[in-house]
Design a protein around this ligand. Structure first.
Ligand SMILES: Cc1cc2nc3c(=O)[nH]c(=O)nc-3n(C[C@H](O)[C@H](O)[C@H](O)COP(=O)(O)OP(=O)(O)OC[C@H]3O[C@@H](n4cnc5c(N)ncnc54)[C@H](O)[C@@H]3O)c2cc1C
Length: 322
C-alpha cells in the first residue's frame, strides 16, 4: 500500500487502524499472510461508516466474518480488511410469524442457540455453522437439508453504487451455496439480516441440534479447516470423488486431505496457503481426468497470489446496480 494512502487511513481511523496484521489469526484454517490495514467493526452502523470511508478513499476493501470459508494467500491482502464483530441479535416474538434480526457479525452458532432456547424452529442447522450471519447470507450457507435462504426475509445491504437498502431473497438470487453477491462479487456488504421462524417444541429442537452435532463429529474431521472445499456436483458428492481418485490422506507440506472426509483439507500445523492451493489443484485435476467432472470450489481464495488457477478466480467487481 502506498505510504500516502496509509497516512490518510491513519488520519481517518486513528488508533482503530491496525497495520500489517497476519490474517492467519482471523481464519479457521489458520493460514494467511499480512493485511496492509485492518479494522474491527463492533456494530452494523460502525461497519457501514467504516466501509463508506474506505470506499470514499477508493482503497480495496474486504469484509470478513469468521474466515471459515476462505483461503487467504501467504502474501496476504493488499488494502483494508474489516473484521465484522457486530453481533447484536433481537428476537421479535410479537410479529407473525416470529422474526429474528441479527447483525451480520453475529455467529450462526449463537443465533441457532438463542432460537433453540426460545423454542423457535427453522434454523436448528445454524447452530452447527462456524461462520457469521453475513457470511451465511453471502454464500447461502446450509446444512441438513436447509439453507440460509429457506428462512431469510431480507438483508440490510450497503451497495457501493446503489447505497443502503433492504434486499429480498429474490434480489439476492440464491442458488446452491451462492447468491448474486457471491457469484458476481458485487461491491456490497450485508449489515444485518432478518429471518422468520416457526413455533416449535424446545426439547425436540434441542434434540435435533444435538443429533446434527453428533453427525458432524462422526463424519467430519476435527482440526483447522475451511469445511467442505468443493461443492457437491449434481447427484454426487465431492468427497466421494476425491476419495475415489485415491487422494484421501494426501499431504503437501503441513496440509492434508483428510483421511476421514476427502472434501476437507486440514492444516496439521505450519501449512502454507500454497500447500493447500496445490492440494485443491491436484484434487480437481484428478477428478476431472478420471470422471470428467469439473469440481466447483465452495471456498474462496482471496489476497495477493503469484498465480491463481482460473477455477479459483473470482470475477472482477461489477458496478451493476441490483
Ligand atoms: C468445520 C467447518 C464446517 C463447515 N460446515 C459448513 C456447512 O455445513 N454448511 C455450509 O454452508 N458451510 C459450512 N462451512 C463453511 C462456512 O462456515 C460458511 O460458509 C460460513 O457461512 C462462512 O461465514 P464466515 O463468516 O466465516 O465468512 P468468511 O469466511 O469470513 O467470508 C466468506 C465470504 O463471505 C464474505 N462475507 C462475509 N461477511 C460478509 C458480509 N457481512 N457482507 C458481505 N460479504 C461478507 C467475505 O467477504 C468472503 O467473500 C464450514 C466451515 C468449517 C470450518
Amino acid at each position: 500500500m502506498r505510504k500516502e494512502v496509509l497516512e490518510t487511513l491513519r488520519s481517518v481511523f486513528g488508533s482503530d487502524l491496525q497495520e500489517s496484521v497476519q490474517m492467519a489469526n482471523f481464519t479457521t484454517m489458520n493460514v494467511g499472510g499480512p493485511a496492509d490495514a485492518l479494522l474491527i467493526a463492533h456494530s452494523a452502523d460502525q461497519l457501514a461508516d467504516m466501509i463508506a470511508k474506505v470506499w470514499a478513499m477508493d482503497v480495496p476493501l474486504k469484509v470478513l466474518g469468521s474466515g471459515s470459508n476462505l483461503l487467504i494467500s501467504d502474501k496476504g491482502i493488499r488494502g483494508v480488511v474489516i473484521i465484522n464483530h457486530a453481533h447484536n441479535i433481537k428476537i421479535n416474538t410479537r410479529s407473525q410469524p416470529v422474526t429474528v434480526w441479527a447483525e451480520s457479525g453475529a455467529l450462526m452458532i449463537n443465533l441457532g442457540r438463542q432460537l433453540a432456547l426460545r423454542g423457535l424452529s427453522g434454523m436448528e442447522w445454524a447452530a452447527t455453522i462456524p461462520g457469521t450471519v453475513g457470511g451465511a447470507v453471502y454464500g447461502n450457507a446450509g446444512a441438513f437439508g436447509r439453507e440460509t435462504c429457506s428462512s431469510l426475509v431480507k438483508a440490510d445491504v450497503l451497495h457501493r453504487v446503489s447505497g443502503r437498502s433492504d434486499w429480498t431473497c429474490e434480489q439476492l438470487q440464491y442458488s446452491y451455496r451462492a447468491s448474486l453477491l457471491k457469484r458476481e462479487t458485487e461491491e456490497a456488504v450485508i449489515l444485518s439480516a432478518t429471518f422468520e421462524l416457526s413455533g416449535g417444541d424446545a426439547q425436540k429442537i434441542k434434540a435435533d441440534i444435538d443429533s446434527y452435532r453428533e453427525r458432524r463429529s462422526r463424519n467430519q474431521p476435527p482440526g483447522a479447516s475451511m469445511g467442505s472445499v468443493f461443492r457437491n456436483p449434481p447427484n454426487d458428492k465431492a468427497g466421494r470423488l476425491i476419495e475415489a481418485v485415491g487422494l484421501k490422506g494426501k499431504r503437501i507440506g503441513g496440509a492434508v486431505i483428510s483421511p476421514k472426509h476427502a472434501n476437507f483439507i486440514i492444516n496439521e500445523g505450519g501449512a502454507r496457503a500454497k500447500d493447500i492451493l496445490d492440494l485443491l489443484v491436484l484434487a480437481r485435476e484428478s477428478v476431472e481426468k478420471q470422471f470428467n467432472i469439473a469440481l466447483i470450489p465452495e471456498i474462496e481464495a482471496i489476497g495477493d497470489w503469484d498465480h491463481l488457477p482460473e477455477f479459483l478466480q473470482t470475477k472482477p467487481a461489477s458496478k451493476a446496480v441490483k
